[in-house]
Design a protein around this ligand. Structure first.
Ligand code: 8YV
Length: 316
């Protein structure tokens, strides 16, 4: 039950139950995803909304924000802001807060997990044992990870956390980004294709910005060595999925391990028929510990905004 003194927030998509309960205890919460007639709802209640809470993978549309004249903050459950029009929020002086730093370790862990699982055939090995095939057949050989070259596209916090982990596997670390990063003792490549050509594992850790849309395309797969793997823990929008499917079908590259897709939760069924792809349902930050940390971070960002104090995860 809300009180009249509680600020009003609009939740764009469901978040974990504990966070929803914490939001309900502190705020008057409207849930956009529960409305059968969203335009009518926004006309009726849009002017009451002071802050928006959304997920990194969902964001909030400009059209929705246009119906919220009082909104002053967007609290993102996640770090991705690709589904928010940051030019528009800047124009409107809407603060945007993310769960900064909380999920870096988990996402980097999953990148390494995907790399190891794909190249060491862990999912296939599990099936092999369960199906009793080991009784009659020796398991097929896999591909070594330690000592290989990892190419990291996007050397932000997550890219750097992946690099630190890869160091533990004695890997040669190469990267590209908009610019060379000071103080990083890794091999810089001036462009994506040079990086791709020298990578045994090409890991995408760049943002899903408009400039990166479809950037991992057929030309990148052609540049990669035939034995190389693609790992994506960033956003599906960076990859031309049709070109990736062709590259996997034609063995242009060894394989791919993907946590993210262009049109989640819909995954092209062509992937299902392929043995050389490992698929995950966007779970890089999905551990109990990290999701609790992300929830707290959302609450802290909102509390900072509503008490006119610092917003710890403010990006704009
Ligand atoms: C989350 C994410 O899975 O941080 C992001 O941008 O995409 C992920 O951490 C998502 O925000 C929660 O659904």
């Amino acid at each position: 039950m809300h009180t009249d003194t509680q600020p009003t927030i609009l939740l764009i998509a469901p978040v974990m139950d504990a966070l929803q309960a914490a939001l309900d205890a502190r705020y008057r919460v409207f849930r956009l995803y529960e409305q059968s007639d969203i335009p009518a709802f926004l006309v009726r209640h849009g002017a009451d909304v002071q802050a928006v809470v959304t997920r990194g993978d969902v964001g909030v549309t400009r059209e929705t924000l246009e119906q919220l004249p009082q909104v002053g903050m967007i609290a993102v459950f996640g770090v991705g802001t690709d589904a928010i029009d940051l030019n528009y929020t800047r124009e409107r002086h809407i603060s945007v807060g993310i769960t900064a730093g909380v999920l870096t370790d988990d996402v980097a862990d999953l990148a390494l997990g995907l790399m190891l699982s794909a190249s060491r055939r862990l999912c296939q090995g599990d099936r092999f044992v369960r199906e009793g095939r080991w009784e009659t057949t020796p398991p097929p050989l896999a591909t070594k990870v330690s000592g290989k070259r990892i190419g990291i596209f996007g050397m932000g916090n997550i890219g750097q956390a992946i690099a630190r982990r890869a160091k533990g596997f004695d890997m040669t670390i190469l990267y590209t980004d908009r610019q060379r990063k000071d103080g990083l003792d890794y091999q810089w490549c001036a462009d994506l294709h040079t990086l791709a050509a020298q990578s045994d594992f090409l890991v995408i850790a760049a943002s899903g910005s408009a400039e990166n849309r479809g950037i991992i395309d057929a030309s990148v797969f052609n540049a990669m060595p035939e034995r190389a793997w693609l790992i994506n823990i960033a956003r599906g929008s960076l990859v031309d999925e049709a070109a990736l499917i062709k590259a996997l079908q034609n063995h242009v590259i060894a394989g791919a391990a993907l946590d993210v897709f262009e049109n989640e939760p819909h995954v092209p069924t062509a992937f299902f028929a392929l043995e050389n792809v490992l698929l995950q349902p966007h779970v890089a930050s999905a551990t109990v510990e990290t999701r609790q940390g992300m929830s707290q971070s959302v609450l802290d960002n909102l509390a900072g905004y509503f008490s006119h104090q610092d917003i710890p995860g403010l990006i704009q």
